[in-house]
Design a protein around this ligand. Structure first.
Ligand code: NDP
Length: 274
């Protein structure tokens, strides 16, 4: 993996890798330990987990097993809806650190904008940040209305918004709002959960000897989007990192943009019940 040009500067001056490994639905213990260790040994420098994934312990083991120094790894976790509230969030943060066996996180996110809870939860994140306990804070699955509420209530803006984003769900209005307000966008399910059997992506890939997955990830990067593809297969983990040695043309970028169907694979942030 080419290490050049693969970071983004967040709004608080912290540098974040544009590629990370997502570990949703990877079992705790050896399964997640092995993929995290493999990814870090093969050039990845960021890991995206969450308390609700139930695998923070194994993620921490994978980090230590990799031999890569802690300060060179960007670790993200998230506070889930059943943990939200001011005091509850401070406790959830400590629980995550304890499971990961780390002394700090690089990025801590409010996982979902639970009504009646997300403002107090974000208040706890601001205090964790101001106390120097976390390098950067952000949110996930926030719509423009939720982001505006944060702007009205806090002097620290989120550094990132992690949202479902891929060629079939392009979220242009939300992305533009974030760009205008200097909030970086992270794409979750960047590979449409593996639904990559799309002729256009395969056709473009042929020109560069790249797969549909690599073309998709490259499209995100050229839109200034951070990607966190998940895989349990070493071959895919390696393939997904081999995206820094080719460039899609403007025409190809536009063709991929035309695939949008506003199709969600995950829950709708305006209508979820957990
Ligand atoms: P992805 O879009 O990353 O897709 C993962 C699927 O694609 C898996 O089935 C995987 O297969 C397959 N895959 C991976 N690489 C390739 C490849 N090169 N070729 C073909 N198939 C491939 O989906 P996720 O939903 O996992 O999203 C990624 C990450 O985003 C999560 O792991 C998590 O960290 C985060 N996330 C955050 C959410 C939030 O609310 N903030 C919600 C959902 C996800 P296999 O594993 O079998 O190798």
């Amino acid at each position: 993996m080419n290490e050049k040009n693969n970071t983004i500067l967040l709004n608080n001056g912290v540098t974040m890798p544009t590629l990370g490994l997502g570990v949703f639905k990877i079992g705790d213990g050896k399964p997640v330990k092995d993929v995290v260790s493999y990814a870090l040994k093969n050039g990845y420098r960021a890991i995206d987990t969450a308390s609700v994934y139930g695998n923070e312990k194994g993620v921490g083991e994978g980090i230590r097993d990799s031999g890569v120094k802690r300060e060179n790894i960007f670790v993200t976790s998230k506070v889930f809806t059943h943990e939200m509230g001011y005091q509850e969030t401070l406790e959830a943060y400590n629980r995550s650190l304890d499971k990961l066996q780390l002394s700090y996180l690089d990025l801590y996110l409010v996982h979902w904008p639970k009504e009646g809870k997300y403002l107090e939860t974000y208040r706890a994140l601001v205090d964790l940040y101001k106390d120097g306990k976390v390098k950067a804070i952000g949110v996930s699955n926030f719509q423009i209305s939720h982001l505006k509420a944060l702007m009205e209530n806090f002097d620290v803006l989120p550094s990132v918004n992690q949202i479902e984003l891929h060629p079939l769900l392009q979220q242009l209005e939300l992305r533009n709002f974030c760009t205008l307000n200097n909030i970086a966008t992270i794409a979750w399910s960047p590979l449409m959960k593996g639904a990559l059997d799309i002729p256009l992506l395969k056709e473009i890939g042929k020109k560069y000897a790249k797969s549909a997955a690599q073309v998709t990830l490259r499209w995100h990067l050229q839109n200034n989007i951070i990607v966190i593809p998940k895989s349990v297969h070493f071959s895919y983990i390696k393939e997904n990192a081999d995206i820094f040695d080719f460039m899609l043309s403007e025409e190809e970028m536009e063709k991929i943009a035309s695939l949008n169907q506003d199709k969600r694979f995950g829950p709708d942030p305006d209508n979820f019940d957990f």
